[in-house]
Design a protein around this ligand. Structure first.
Ligand code: C2E
Ligand code: MG
Ligand code: MG
Ligand code: MG
Length: 285
């Protein structure tokens, strides 16, 4: 149906655009202010061994503490990326996180810290130098660090990404493919990139409840990881049944609200001091 466009439509359209631009400028200014006031705080979600439920890894997840509220990454990561502020946000988070983590390593020398990284940072040479400098400053071996990149980010940047990933691994840092199964990318990159971990997206884990057929996809990914001899982590595990199915299928590590939500530094301090299984009330499978 052809639509007659009138002059007032154009005006309306341009007013809408102005509003969008204004909002964007406000949001960017808010992030710049948050940086100044050090409002970006790392939270950590435990990743456990699928057999023992012992803590093996912590995934750093960005949070913004503002006006008594805690905001999640969906409210600022993409804006920070577009405003070219993601480096600064990331630096603020990593500076704190690597300090926290070096303390935890004293008690648990094999603990791994997993960090989500935007593509724009990965392909930026200065980024790696900064990370290595912070690791060195905090006496953290690179082998205790894993970098997570989303599968969807690989599709459009394969060649540049490949170079960056090889360089990261050469330094001893591991690579995980995050949100695996949602990226619509060709499976051929799997043999091309020599990554260490596959993270099964929580969408497939959620399907493990309803019907067997839909849930099969999670198990296909677990088996693929097995065939490729890479470590497998299932995200978004919310029930004992899901944990049991995934562990029996051979997934090595589990993460999700069933075990723990993302927690503050102080909460992780007490988990590590106690040295216990994550979520004592849960029976082993
Ligand atoms: P992700 O890396 O896939 O992280 C998992 C997300 O799922 C987290 O959301 C986590 O809180 C949530 N989650 C964990 N277990 C469960 C569960 O059992 N059920 C449900 N429903 N959700 C669960 P969050 O913290 O909101 O992070 C969202 C995304 O933002 C992350 O997805 C990651 O891609 C991105 N992100 C987080 N921190 C950073 C960062 O510092 N830098 C960059 N570039 N991206 C980040
Ligand atoms: Mg992640
Ligand atoms: Mg994920
Ligand atoms: Mg995700």
């Amino acid at each position: 149906r052809a639509k007659k466009v009138s002059k007032s439509d154009y005006q309306f359209y341009s007013i809408e655009l102005d509003h969008a631009a204004e909002l964007r400028i406000e949001q960017e200014a808010a992030i710049a202010n948050a940086l100044k006031d050090s409002e970006f705080i790392p939270y950590y979600q435990p990743v456990v061994n699928a057999q023992s439920f012992l803590l093996e890894k912590l995934e750093m997840l960005a949070r913004w503490h503002h006006g008594g509220k805690i905001k999640g990454p969906e409210s600022f990561i993409s804006i920070a990326e577009e405003a070219n502020l993601i480096d600064k946000v990331s630096y603020q988070l990593l500076f704190q996180a690597l300090m926290d983590f070096s303390g935890w390593l004293v008690k648990m020398p094999k603990l791994v810290l997993s960090v989500n990284i935007s593509v724009s940072q990965l392909v930026e040479p200065q980024f790696m130098a900064t990370v290595l400098m912070l690791l060195d400053k905090n006496n953290i071996p690179p082998s205790n660090i894993e970098i997570e990149i989303t599968e969807s980010s690989l599709a459009s940047n394969l060649d540049v990404m490949k170079k960056a990933l090889i360089e990261i691994q050469r330094r001893g840092i591991s690579i995980a493919i995050d949100d695996f199964g949602t990226g619509y990318s060709s499976l051929s990159y799997l043999k091309d990139l020599n990554f260490d971990t596959i993270k099964v997206d929580q969408k497939f884990v959620a399907d493990l409840n309803e019907n067997r057929k839909k849930g099969e996809l999670a198990l296909v990914i677990v088996n693929m990881a097995k065939s490729l001899h890479v470590n497998c982590v299932a995200e978004g595990v919310e029930s004992q049944e899901q944990a049991k199915i995934l562990a029996e299928a051979g997934c090595q590590q589990l993460q999700g609200y069933y075990f723990s939500r993302p927690k503050s530094k102080l909460d992780i301090d007490s988990i590590i001091t106690a040295g216990l299984r994550i979520n004592q009330s849960r029976t082993l499978l």
